[in-house]
Design a protein around this ligand. Structure first.
Ligand SMILES: Cc1cc2nc3c(=O)[nH]c(=O)nc-3n(C[C@H](O)[C@H](O)[C@H](O)COP(=O)(O)O)c2cc1C
Length: 178
């Protein structure tokens, strides 16, 4: 399977990065082909709703979405991995998702499974609900299948993952992909 992981965190070695590392390890061991796009370290301009993608079939911006777009189109599985910021997806990831707009019609013709890996300080699912609902809506709109949400709670930093099962959960999730 072609697995695309789109991360949101500006922490190179933060909580979600540790979860992604384990997911990746499992998915690679299971023989999958992995590509990681780290939104926080890429140049991606926010969508300005100019609709040039509709009128002229091209996006106004030439930036790192040119790296992501072909990977996004060919992926069988898309993993969104991010920290919760103010009860939602963090801005770096959201900026990338908004730019899907330019390839909407092509994306709708592809079938994908979507996995969520989120990290948050709070110990209540309320903090992840907003993002989960947003992904549910997005997947319905694009005709993709929201397959699994791994919402790691009570983890302010990567240190906090140590006494939890989340790292194993992420590894097993990756390993289950075939
Ligand atoms: C701007 C900002 C907003 C945050 N908002 C929330 C929040 O609403 N709920 C929550 O549980 N944690 C919140 N957090 C904590 C992060 O989600 C948490 O520290 C996470 O483990 C960071 O993951 P990372 O190291 O992968 O970036 C926030 C952190 C920042 C910097």
């Amino acid at each position: 399977m072609k697995v695309l992981i789109i991360t949101g965190s500006p922490h190179k070695h933060g909580t979600s990065a540790h979860l992604v590392e384990q997911f990746k390890k499992g998915a690679m061991e299971a023989g999958n082909d992995i590509f990681v796009f780290e939104s926080a370290f890429k140049k991606v301009h926010p969508c300005i709703a100019c609709d040039k993608c509709i009128a002229e079939r091209r996006c106004t911006f030439k930036d790192d979405m040119d790296i992501l777009n072909p990977k996004l189109l060919e992926a069988d599985i898309v993993v969104f991995a991010y920290p919760i910021y103010y009860y939602n997806i963090n801005a770096q990831l959201k900026t990338v998702i908004d730019r899907f707009y330019a390839t909407n019609s092509k994306l709708m013709q592809t079938h994908k499974k979507v996995y969520i890996i989120s990290a948050m300080e709070d110990d209540t699912m309320e903090s992840a609900d907003g993002a989960n609902v947003a992904f549910k809506g997005m997947c319905k709109y694009l005709g993709w299948d929201l397959t699994y949400c791994l919402n790691a709670m009570n983890v302010l930093t990567a240190e906090d993952l140590k006494n939890t099962t989340y790292l194993d959960d992420a590894y097993n999730l990756g390993k289950s992909i075939k």
